[in-house]
Design a protein around this ligand. Structure first.
Ligand code: SF4
Ligand code: SF4
Length: 278
């Protein structure tokens, strides 16, 4: 389950459509045949024609969805929707047989699920009551109070460590790492299970000094045994192009298998179980 809204702005983000905490219009230029239907039908006059095709003014758009219905080419979409805990649970229950067979469960991801703590807690509590296993995939950028409340309710936390240097973290994500590292340490003390996830972004955090600092920090947590390393995924660049608001993401190459294997071996040297991919 992907929550919309995130307090970070990671320059390598592969889900930039989850940055804003509200539904928003999206547009796939490659599908547009420039028929002009969206311009004609928009009740807010939010769509105009530019040289590159139709352009939507996010200030005027009320996300009514009329242009989506009118676009026969499937070029327009509304990204995200308002929902209720009851609706989300109805979706989650559809896969209960699968969870039972696989030992899996529901992962709450985003965006940042801790940005909507009451909603997340309601879902976690209901899952717990119904015996559905839960994981929270989080940046850990939240208040200590939120961390304390969610820690005992989820079965697993997947916590990102993006960079150990505060300035570099802030430069590439928009926030420092102090609160994040404190929250990870608090979860390691209070939660049932924590797995650390490190996105490997070439040129940002793949140098030995940072990997060593990461490994030493995780060693200090005592209860954490596993680190997942996730190769940078260029898919975010295409997704960013579909959004109305301009998002400038960094350009990097996806690390090779041999690079990922080398980093995995390096971290295993510190005694961790290391998995490549999530
Ligand atoms: S209705 Fe669809 S295909 Fe036609 S101009 Fe608008 S986005 Fe393009
Ligand atoms: S979602 Fe509604 S308001 Fe927004 S561009 Fe489409 S038709 Fe216009």
């Amino acid at each position: 389950m992907f929550f919309k809204g995130c307090p970070l702005r990671c320059q390598w983000c592969h889900n930039p459509e989850s940055w804003k905490p509200l539904p928003e219009p999206g547009f796939r230029p490659s599908r547009c045949v420039r028929c002009g239907r969206c311009i004609e039908i928009c009740p807010q006059n939010a769509v105009s024609l530019a040289e590159t095709g139709p352009v939507t003014d996010p200030q005027k758009c009320t996300v009514c969805g009329e242009c989506v219905t009118a676009c026969a080419a499937g070029a327009r979409e509304i990204i995200g929707r308002r929902t209720t805990a009851a609706e989300v649970m109805a979706e989650a229950r559809k896969d209960v047989v699968f969870y039972d067979q696989s030992g899996g469960g529901v992962t709450f991801s985003g965006g940042e699920p801790l940005m909507q703590p009451e909603f997340l807690l309601a879902l976690l509590e209901t899952c717990r009551t119904e015996g559905i296993r839960t994981a929270v995939d989080t940046t850990c950028y939240a208040t200590p109070e939120v961390i304390q409340r969610v820690a005992p309710v989820a079965d697993l936390f997947l916590c990102d460590i993006k960079h150990m240097n505060r300035e570099r973290h802030e430069e590439y994500t928009g926030v420092g790492n102090g609160r994040i590292l404190e929250n990870i340490a608090a979860l390691a003390r209070a939660a049932k299970e924590v797995i650390i996830r490190v996105p490997i972004v070439p040129g940002f955090n793949d140098d030995r000094a940072n990997l060593e600092a990461t490994a030493r920090f995780v060693q200090g947590l005592k209860t954490v045994r596993r680190i997942d390393i996730l190769p940078y995924n260029r898919g975010g660049l295409e997704k960013a192009g579909r959004l109305t608001g301009r998002i400038d993401l960094m350009q990097a190459q996806t690390p090779s298998d041999s690079t990922m294997n080398g980093i995995a071996e390096f971290l295993r040297g510190y005694g961790f179980e290391v998995k490549i991919g999530g």
